[in-house]
Design a protein around this ligand. Structure first.
Ligand SMILES: Nc1ncnc2c1ncn2[C@@H]1O[C@H](COP(=O)(O)OP(=O)(O)OP(=O)(O)O)[C@@H](O)[C@H]1O
Length: 584
């Protein structure tokens, strides 16, 4: 299903989008609920008949039959409730899963700047937390709210039919009861909100610490973590005690209220019985119906709350949908296959336009050549790579790929033609195959094995216990840094891009792995254009051209051999001093 969510989202839109496709199940849900209401209303009538007939000395057979019917209908009602719960959970999960998928798709389309400015936890809360509040909206709120109203109306009508005075008294009690229940709940709400805030703080803290376990231990920060942990727990305790007490007061007030309702029903019934206006069976019937009111009244209260929460959830989802990607597909031609040329004319860019990070870059890299980019930390090398992938849009000047202005390219096409290998290799807790193909099914196992062989990874592949089906640990656990880099190269190789951008690993690898990596990089760069952010001499020797950036400006740019033999060039000085020492 394509994304149909729009920022002007309403309850009606949500129902149309996510419940309409499930209208058959939703209708069945309504039917089951109606059946259950009818059974709940009919059953006390049998009991009344039973009591009155028994008191009048009726035969045992009709009494037995009435008893069996009562039990049968009660069991039938329970079965309908279980079936209804099963269907409504299915409806809710199908609907909310679709909504989650649509929101994830929306977020994945948003600019990198959006993701950089938000924490992972915030997005998880947006996509899962807010959607969870809608689950009950889909599963119960609408249908059950109507169902409960119907049940209450049914009970009150039957009470009116029994005796008008009873009808009026219990109707007034029901109205007052609902009002009181809602009021009492609002008193407890702030305590629950506080408790949930503390929950979020605790889990946020826990998540952060778990993610950084290795660093924390290595730096001896365990004591600090435990102290913070204890502080948070200590803050959590009184808040939770207060929230529980507030919850208890809600619960006890509900009990008190329904106790009062029962007393009222019994009082009126006894009075009317004394007046000979009611039979004992009818007294029981009234008592039963009054009791029956408690569940729907209580549920209406929770459902109104769920509707409120769903309203807040919709509001936050709307805010998320209002954020739109600013980097969109261009309408230029598709990029050609094979090596791509790269040109920059007066290219200027800043993460905020007032503070440029790259200034007036002019570069001309013909197809098939390799550019080695050097520069100190923070000079703008990664920014340059991000611009080439169009993760950010250039602000001034021109950036051309195979002669096509980058703004005119289509994002999917662009990212098919550019491969990027960074120092942080992102590996997923999934099979080797899925990690290498990025879950793309059209890449055959033969192709993968061939590429692994080309990159010198045959031995590694044969050592895998289940071949390509071997599951990798999360974040590449169990792989050395060199192996992870080689896998990243394999991944890019399989996509066969025309331009490779490499942010080279500066960590020192063992000589055997380094040699393997060097060979793999050579194979990868052959007949492709390469932009290599270099940290090692070996890479520099591979480059045709050298670009040295300083504070976002070009300090030096030219053919490597020419710069290397010019003793006045910065590159020459760098080679003399040693690359690692200067750039580290
Ligand atoms: N997302 C961002 N938002 C704002 N400023 C950023 C962002 N990313 C980088 N910068 C800033 O842009 C400048 C260039 O950063 P960049 O990451 O491109 O440098 P680099 O040369 O790749 O550094 P390194 O070698 O350490 O990776 C730095 O001043 C940095 O603080």
């Amino acid at each position: 299903m394509s994304l149909q969510l729009k920022p002007s989202l309403t309850y009606r839109d949500l129902l149309m989008l996510y419940l309409k496709p499930q209208w058959k199940r939703a209708t069945l849900m309504a039917g089951l609920l109606l059946g259950s209401i009818i059974l709940q209303l009919a059953n006390p009538q049998i009991l009344r008949q039973f009591i009155d007939s028994a008191l009048q000395g009726a035969d045992i057979t009709p009494l037995m039959l009435a008893g069996v019917l009562f039990v049968g209908l009660s069991i039938g009602n329970q079965l309908l409730i279980v079936w209804n719960t099963y269907i409504s959970e299915n409806v809710a999960w199908t609907a909310t899963n679709q909504l989650r998928t649509d929101l994830v798709r929306h977020c994945l389309q948003l600019d990198l700047a959006f993701h950089k400015s938000r924490t992972a936890g915030e997005l998880i809360e947006r996509i899962d937390g807010d959607v969870n509040t809608l689950a009950s909206f889909f599963s119960q709120a609408i249908v059950n709210l109507l169902g409960n109203c119907l049940l209450i109306i049914g009970v009150l009508l039957l009470l009116f039919r029994e005796q008008w005075l009873v009808g009026i008294s219990i109707s007034l009690f029901a109205l007052l009861g609902l009002f009181i229940l809602i009021r009492v709940r609002t008193i407890a709400v702030p305590y629950w909100i506080k408790s949930r805030e503390k929950d979020a703080e605790f889990f946020g803290f826990l998540g952060e610490q778990l993610a950084g376990t290795e660093d924390l231990r290595a730096n001896g920060a365990t004591g600090y973590v435990l102290r913070r942990f204890y502080q948070i727990l200590r803050g959590w305790l009184p808040v939770n005690v207060r929230a529980s007490l507030a919850g208890y007061s809600t619960w006890s007030s509900t009990l008190l209220l329904f106790g009062f309702g029962n007393a009222l029903a019994l009082g009126i019934s006894i009075y009317l019985w004394g007046q000979k206006a009611l039979s004992p069976g009818s007294v029981y019937l009234i008592f039963y119906y009054t009791n029956l009111l408690s569940a729907p009244l209580e549920q209406i209260r929770t459902q109104l709350q769920q509707l409120q929460e769903a309203g807040a959830g919709i509001e936050r989802i709307k805010q998320l949908l209002e954020v739109q990607p600013t980097i969109l597909d261009g309408d230029g031609p598709l990029l050609p296959t094979g090596a791509l040329s790269v040109e920059m004319h007066n290219l200027t860019f800043g993460y905020t336009p007032e503070e440029p990070v790259l200034h007036s870059l002019n570069i001309k890299l013909p197809a098939g050549r390799i550019l080695g980019v050097l520069g100190r930390t923070g000079s703008g090398k990664t920014t340059l790579a991000r611009l080439l992938l169009r993760l950010y849009e250039i602000q001034h000047g021109e950036l051309l790929l195979a002669g096509i202005p980058i703004q005119q390219t289509r994002l999917h096409d662009l990212r098919q033609h550019i491969g990027m290998v960074t120092q942080d290799v992102q590996l997923f807790h999934a099979s080797v195959r899925a990690n290498l193909t990025y879950f793309q099914d059209d890449i055959s196992d033969e192709q993968i094995i061939e590429v692994l062989k080309t990159l010198g990874l045959s031995n590694w592949y044969h050592s895998l216990p289940s071949g390509l089906d071997t599951i990798l640990g999360s974040e590449g656990e169990g792989l050395s840094a060199g192996e992870a880099q080689l896998l990243a190269l394999t991944r890019v190789f399989l996509r066969d891009p025309g331009l490779i951008i490499m942010d080279e690993a500066s960590s020192r690898l063992d000589p055997a792995t380094e040699q393997l990596l060097e060979q793999a990089i050579n194979t990868l760069l052959a007949e492709r254009t390469g932009i290599v952010i270099a940290h090692r001499l070996a890479t520099i020797q591979r480059a045709d051209d050298i670009l040295i950036i300083e504070d976002g400006h070009i300090l030096e740019y030219g053919p490597r051999q020419q710069l290397a033999s010019d003793s006045t060039s910065h590159f020459y000085q760098l080679l003399q001093t040693g690359l690692e020492e200067v750039l580290a």
